[in-house]
Design a binder for this molecule. Structure first.
Ligand SMILES: C[S@@+](CC[C@H](N)C(=O)[O-])C[C@H]1O[C@@H](n2cnc3c(N)ncnc32)[C@H](O)[C@@H]1O
Length: 352
């Protein structure tokens, strides 16, 4: 957990004004050194004081150090001015709540295309009861970057409700669709266990995402468009989700799977606010001795509908106990069969 300190905003701004008024670098350095000492001993993670100005201690110290190490008065003033802006002005992007004037405080938000996650987040209502759920860190990261508080999120393959739990945590309204009524009921129970501090809507509807009237469901909430969608379909028949003929995991062929998946994409795109983002999480499969690139097939199916591909993220599979037990055997099979073992899946990010 990061250490946050609280400052009196007025005093801090006065201090910055005084620094900016200094006419030589030595004066600024002296003032900064004194202030750095003060910041280092302030109590961390305490209750907020009146002005509500909080800073991540390490980030503020780094900013101050940058001022202190400036080689010219002009540069020092530039950094001080930037620090002042980070206090008096909030600058967010169009699709999230990240304050770009305090961007250094968001180092938990990923920006690289390789996600190595060793441990599944099992906090709160997140459980491991559903075989085929993704790690909560996937929706968590995507919601932080592509949604704002109060936005509407659609998950057409809701499964155990991982995305909706994250929606509640982050204050996003979430609507999920699930074909299997038993899974939907269990997911609803689980998701509702998660506290809802921002009083958002969470709903799981039982139905087939290739044909269900999403628009009517949303209209029930007075909503016409969603702001983000997260699609985590079955990886064709790798796991059978037992939902009957409309279940994508029961599609007789890869082409059938892609055709059903494309229908869900079309329906999702029809509801997504133009310019907003959506993501598809999927892995590849092996069939009759050949690697079937389901990931790239689904990616192309989405692009064929006019969405812009923004990123391809590769994420490692975390090792489950069962996988660990069979690791040696699979390694042997890979050596014999001349193939590589799946250790990754994809997160394809698109903009509508
Ligand atoms: C990979 S799982 C999603 C897991 C989910 N992200 C989680 O973390 O629990 C895919 C889900 O899609 C559901 N599904 C399959 N075909 C469907 C369809 N036509 N409409 C709606 N849901 C479907 C399956 O029952 C399964 O729960």
């Amino acid at each position: 957990m990061h250490a946050y300190i609280h400052l009196d905003q007025e005093r801090f701004l006065d201090w910055l004004t005084a620094c900016l008024a200094e006419t030589d670098l030595a004066g600024i350095r002296e003032a900064v050194a004194l202030f750095q000492r003060e910041v280092k001993v302030l109590p961390v993670n305490g209750a907020e004081e009146g002005s509500g100005l909080s800073f991540r201690q390490d980030v503020l110290l780094e900013e101050l150090q940058q001022v202190a190490e400036s080689r010219t008065l002009r540069r020092a003033r530039y950094y001080l001015e930037r620090l002042r802006r980070s206090v008096v002005e909030v600058r967010t992007g169009e699709v999230n709540d990240i304050n770009l004037n305090r961007w250094k405080e968001y180092d938990d938000v990923l920006t690289d295309s390789l996600w190595l996650m060793e441990r599944r987040d099992t906090s709160g209502a997140h459980g491991a009861w559903y075989w085929g759920n993704f790690v909560p860190q996937i929706p968590h990261q995507l919601l932080l970057r592509y949604t704002r508080a109060g936005d509407w999120v659609l998950d057409p393959f809701v499964g155990s409700g991982t995305t909706l739990i994250e929606c509640r945590r982050l204050g996003r309204n979430g609507v999920g669709l699930e074909l299997n009524p038993e899974v939907a009921a269990r997911a609803t129970d689980a998701v509702m266990q998660e506290p809802n501090p921002m009083d958002v809507v969470t709903d799981i509807v039982v139905g087939d995402s290739t044909s269900l009237d999403f628009a009517a469901t949303l209209a029930g909430y007075g909503v016409e468009r969603v702001h983000f969608a997260l699609l985590h379909p079955p990886y064709h028949d790798i796991i059978n989700f037992d939902g009957g003929p409309r279940d994508l995991s029961n599609a007789p062929t890869v082409d059938d799977f892609l055709s059903q998946f494309s229908q869900v994409v079309a329906r999702t795109l029809a509801l997504l606010e133009p310019g907003r983002y959506f993501a598809v999480v999927i892995g590849d499969k092996y069939q009759a001795g050949a690697w079937i690139p389901l990931g790239f097939y689904t990616m192309q199916a989405v692009m064929a509908q006019g969405a812009t591909l923004k990123s391809i993220v590769v994420k490692n599979f975390e090792k489950t106990k069962a996988k660990r037990a069979q690791e040696a055997l699979w390694r042997y099979r890979a050596l014999v069969g001349g193939f590589y073992l799946f250790k990754h899946e994809y997160i394809f990010l698109f903009q509508a």
